[in-house]
Design a protein around this ligand. Sequence first.
Ligand code: PMP
Length: 405
Amino acid sequence: MDLTKIREDYPILDRKIYGRPLVYLDNTATSQTPREVVDSIVSGYTSTKANVHRGVHTLSMEATELQEGARRKVKEFINAPSTDEIIFTRGTTEAINLVAASYGGTFLHDGDEIILSVMEHHSNIVPWQLLQRRADIRLRVIPIREDGSLDMDAYRSLFNEHTRFVTVCHASNVLGTVNPVKEIIAEAHSHGVPVLIDGAQAAPHLKIDVQDLDADFYAFSAHKMYGPAGVGVLFGKRKYLEMMPPYQGGGEMIETVSFEKTTFAELPYKFEAGTPDFIGIAALSKAIDYMQSIGIDAIAAHEHELLEYTTKRMIEEIPGVKIYGTAPGKCAIISFLVGGEHHYDMGMLLDKLGIAVRTGHHCAQPLMHSLGIEGTVRASFAVYNTIEECDLFLNALKRVSAMLM
Ligand code: PMP
């Protein structure tokens, strides 16, 4: 992997923050976007912009082909059986809301139970809680072990005759833990229960094969995988998508409309009301090309090297550091605290030294409660980060810790 060449694709990495080189370690929140993906957005607006699907003119057909080409690309990327099962959304959040509202709103009733984990992002908790306004649905929570791995024995023990749905993240945005989702799905299926996987943190780092996993639903966001913001994907098995009612009404999702009766379009359009971000969707396709041109395994191996190097040095060189999430095989995410120092103070001071890290509860307040903390500092890596940047981060962290202690 030629890191110098890779970094040239990201003009933002040349920025100075308070006169120092930017060290961008907030990749879990969003990753940066390489020039070729940005170029595709520019050319989408400067040479092919036309609304998709409705037109017979050349531009509209080109725009439609770019969007539908992206759907084929995503299908291959996650090894879905059919493009009919690929629904474009605004992101992981909308994908989960779609399933909660449409599947949950139709098939979950008073007394039913949903199993989810304590490490879920708010976007995989709140949509299920919204259902509780309509029905008396209970959330059953899988706890974690000391190292941040899921307690699989506890998971198995949560099933009973009321269990109707399971939803877990593939990888945690706080702990980095990669959950054994294949095993989780197999267990749920043995009880006849469908499973949604929140893949927001897995898609940028892991090969995803929804058929091998046997996932019923799988959601992810483009902006965390070198693509644009505002675009995401929901994969759903045809058998579920067909039985689910539309999530939103509008253009594109209908077959015929009259004031007496409206019939809905076939999959996937039934779930894609209104004009989508077709230029962003085409850019997601470019982002997948980009990741595949480097190789997802190569990206993961590089990030893993940065993770190991930084973790080891933090433990050896930063007195009082505590890392949250040490499960084997975790993603390149380091959530930590130093002594009794506040995560916010550390993040602010690191910023003054050019280091971009995230601080706070990371949209995972229930996890924070279970860890007995309010928040952490989180450093996370992407393909363009270097060992030199890890050194800059470690030196800055040493300074900041010494200053605060
Ligand atoms: N789930 C997880 C695990 C995440 O990390 C995030 C983003 N931080 C989301 C869901 C929500 O993704 P988005 O904001 O792109 O919809």
